[in-house]
Design a protein around this ligand. Structure first.
Ligand SMILES: [Fe+2]
Length: 462
């Protein structure tokens, strides 16, 4: 029978060689050997721990840190490491006192820091294998009873325009925005992981400190029907990661972030209208918001805007149930993207802003959009921009700001509803287009018929 610990002998290590005594020898000096074995095992354990430690410390931060889901008393720090590692997040308050040390093991880390005070600043830093990778400063959300002014930024359609995006990020940070709402199309092709990483790197100076709430655009699901990357990279409130639409509260405002891609007939084909399940959810959520204490303002985000005179025109015909809900509940503003320009529109007292100038190439205005788009149109500017939104009491001030900081347009309004013409939400372009197609098909059939008849006559004559 061979020695019980043959494998370590291969290393020729004295430490292990001592372990290969035969059972007979052990009997002769069992007490002495027991002590020796104990010491050896201790040393082996130590060596293994050192080896493990060396392996762990070799792991590096590969993404982040960025903050998500910032609430009244908590926020989430997101970090990725290039190998399984123990990540430590140290949190300090404004007095520079360390109030929490949290750890996470693995390669993808979502570390929730909880038990915090509302509307307070907290510093955090991330350590991997003892190496300090920095962090940021996060302000928790105000109490629901807090009616103090808030300010946030809105932009969208960053896609492949990372230089513009970085310039916007700088301005938004300088503005002191408390949160950012992205109107969708963060990436060009949803299934390409590298594009998500590029997005997060461009946004890194902002997202290390300020939460960014994304809207699902059509490009997020381009070759990724299930929006796996969108769900992976964002920690969303209110079940948003599962259903892809969600709501959250920030001070006197409640936000509703919708998924304009979901339909009843075919999940990601924009055909008959937005999904009835989501519409019912929106109706219930708006009803609940009307009863919610301290809510002065309702803001909606949807990538495909109901009204637009840009390249895609508006989606109001498909989103007519939503438009009715916006009007019934007096939504203060609906922010969209999809058409790469700045637009301000209005219908039945509801303001619509199209903010799709966050980086990707800009669209010219399109003539011939449906009557409901043209009637709602107020301003169309072909320009890169972001929206700076300041809310104070009943007032909402929206400034469209170019990446160089110049103001494109500024508009301030209160709760008073405005009038304006309200054409039916029917895309009348469908019929002329259908007629054109029908006429072309009819003409082709007629020519075929005439050609066939002529050929038949020739054959008979010959
Ligand atoms: Fe889009």
């Amino acid at each position: 029978m061979g020695p019980p610990f043959a494998a370590p002998r291969l290393r020729g290590d004295a430490l292990f060689a001592c372990l290969i005594r035969s059972p007979t020898e052990n009997k002769a000096s069992s007490a002495r050997d027991s002590r020796r074995r104990y010491r050896l095992l201790e040393r082996v354990s130590l060596a293994l721990m050192m080896l493990l430690s060396a392996t762990v410390s070799a792991a590096k931060l590969s993404l982040g840190p960025y903050v998500q889901d910032v609430g009244i008393d908590s926020f989430v720090v997101v970090v990725e490491t290039d190998a399984s590692a123990s990540v430590t997040v140290e949190v300090g308050d404004s007095d520079k006192a360390n109030i929490a040390t949290l750890t996470s093991q693995g390669t993808w880390h979502e570390i929730r820091v909880a038990g915090l005070k509302a509307k307070s600043s907290y510093r955090y830093r991330v350590l991997v294998g003892g190496v300090d990778y920095g962090g940021g400063t996060v302000a928790t959300a105000p109490l629901l009873t807090d009616d103090a002014p808030i300010n946030f930024a809105v932009y969208g359609d960053s896609r492949d325009g990372r230089d513009i995006e970085r310039a916007i990020v700088e301005k938004v940070i300088a503005d002191g925005a408390e949160l950012v709402l992205h109107t969708g199309d963060l990436v060009r092709q949803g299934d390409l992981d590298s594009e998500w990483r590029d997005f997060l790197k461009a946004e890194a100076p902002l997202m290390a400190n300020i939460p960014l709430y994304p809207t699902l655009g059509n490009h997020e699901i381009y070759r990724d029907d299930e929006a796996k990357n969108f769900r992976h990279y964002f920690v969303l409130p209110d079940g948003g990661r599962k259903q892809l639409y969600y709501s959250f509260r920030y001070g006197p405002a409640r936000f509703f972030v919708l998924d304009g891609n979901q339909t009843d007939d075919e999940r990601y084909a924009h055909k008959k209208g937005v999904s009835s399940v989501q519409t019912q959810w929106l109706a219930n959520a708006l009803d609940a918001a009307d009863q919610e204490g301290g809510v002065r303002h309702l803001f909606v985000l949807v990538h495909q805007p109901p009204f637009s005179t840009g390249g895609h025109c508006g989606s109001a015909e498909l989103e007519s149930d939503w438009v009715a809900l916006f009007e019934r509940h007096r939504v203060r503003a609906v922010f969209g993207g999809h058409d790469h320009a700045y637009q301000r529109l209005e219908r039945n007292g509801i303001r619509y802003f199209d903010s799709g100038g966050g980086g990707s190439s800009i669209y010219r205005e399109r003539p011939g959009c449906p009557a409901f788009d043209q009637a709602a149109r107020r301003v169309y500017v072909k320009a890169f921009h972001y929206l700076r939104v300041r809310v104070a009491g009943d007032l909402v001030k929206v400034s469209a700001v170019a990446p160089d900081g110049s103001i494109i347009e500024e508009v301030e309004y209160d709760r008073e509803a405005r009038g304006g013409s309200s054409p039916e939400l029917v895309d009348e372009r469908i019929w002329p287009r259908a007629l054109r197609i029908g006429a072309a098909v009819g003409l082709a059939c007629l020519l075929l018929f005439l050609g066939a008849r002529r050929l038949r006559r020739k054959v008979r004559k010959s």
